[in-house]
Design a protein around this ligand. Structure first.
Ligand code: NCD
Ligand code: ZN
Length: 347
């Protein structure tokens, strides 16, 4: 199969940053996706509906001319998030969820939740108003091995949380392990997961291929080949519990190529094309459309998109650098080929 026509996809986990940085990266997402769930980890974080409304306006204003891209906003859960703010979020149509970062788990998570008990009132309100919880699922205890943090989080935090709030809808974001796949498949109703392109295309060897590769560093960190295969099987397996979320997370090249490099991989410039490669590897291109264009919309109870996009097997070479405000960034596959091409993309 060299040509694939699918319903225009949505990105259910995306970092857009703000201002000039936002203006640089947003066009790549608008060219491919109809909607995206926008992460709230700005500095300062988006913790209120009023802030989310303003951020949404900045995103709308930064769209390329003619784009009908729709940002779906999230709030950043903190120890102080009130039940009242959750009720406001439930009433605001443009807010689709609340993001739970365990404090210290990842980039700009310092304002995150320090102890889960502190957010029980907010979670109660979310359960009552049916507002989904979007979870960065990694244990933050520094004594837990970095490759085991997702598994530890499932046992210590996620499984008990899903039980304590049995009606709360939960998205386990950017899953990376076989453990996460098994948890989601066996979980009660209302639990789903997003999957990134890097976690189904790469294993942890990519971090150390001929030297340290900072542009392959993201959180959760890449895992062993066994986990990559199981996550790819989940993405391509047809279960409606798994859907596309790129976690495209731009950082300036200088911040990644540093003595203490930031976590985050930028994939928005080739996102759907990269998923097509992974699905082709699995021999399941026929399952790309439900994963990319149906399951997420169904979970969030939004209509599926109407228009189509066309992908062709026609390799192209990714630029070595892209503009990022006053800086530049190094995109996923920089200087190398991507096998699939989006029709109308002349990069
Ligand atoms: C994200 C970022 O840079 O904002 N980084 C990452 O490695 N994925 C934060 C996140 O989603 O963990
Ligand atoms: Zn993310």
């Amino acid at each position: 199969m060299d040509k694939l026509v699918i319903t225009r996809p949505d990105d259910w986990h995306l970092h857009l940053r703000d201002d000039a940085l936002l203006a640089s990266v947003l066009p790549y997402t608008c060219a491919r996706f109809s909607r995206a769930v926008v992460m709230p980890n700005l500095d300062p974080p988006i913790t209120t509906v009023a802030q989310a409304a303003e951020y949404r306006q900045r995103i709308l204003a930064a769209r390329p001319a003619g784009s009908s891209f729709t940002p779906l906003m999230t709030l950043y859960l903190t120890d102080d998030t009130s039940a009242g703010e959750i009720r406001k979020a439930a009433a605001a149509e443009f807010v689709v969820g609340v993001k739970y970062y365990p404090a210290g788990a990842t980039t700009l998570s310092a304002a995150g939740v320090t102890a889960i008990e502190k957010v029980y009132p907010a979670l109660d309100a979310m359960q009552a108003a049916d507002v989904p919880l979007l979870v960065h699922g990694e244990a933050t205890d520094p004594t837990v091995d970095v490759f085991d943090r997702e598994r530890a989080f499932i046992d210590q935090a996620l499984a008990p949380l899903a039980q304590k709030f049995p009606q709360l809808r939960i998205v386990f974001e950017h899953i990376t392990t076989a453990d996460a796949v098994e948890f989601v498949l066996a979980a009660r109703r209302g639990i789903a997961a997003t999957i990134t392109p890097q976690h189904i295309l790469l294993n942890r060897n990519a971090l150390f291929a001929q030297g340290l590769q900072p542009h392959h560093y993201c959180l959760p960190v890449l895992k062993r080949e066994r986990h990559r295969r199981r996550v790819l099987e989940a993405a391509t397996g047809g279960s409606e519990r798994f859907f596309l979320g790129t976690d495209s997370a731009p950082h300036a090249t200088a911040d990644k190529q540093s003595a203490c490099g930031c976590a985050g991989i930028f994939s928005a410039h080739a996102a759907i094309e990269l998923y097509a490669e992974a699905f082709a590897e699995a021999g399941r291109l026929d399952r790309l459309e439900p994963f990319a264009s149906h399951h997420g919309a169904d979970f969030y109870r939004l209509p599926r998109n109407q228009e189509n996009i066309t992908l062709t097997k026609n390799p192209w070479t990714v630029s070595r650098t892209l503009k990022f405000g006053q800086h530049d960034l190094t995109p996923f596959r920089a200087g190398a080929e991507v096998a699939w091409r989006l029709e109308g993309n002349d990069d």
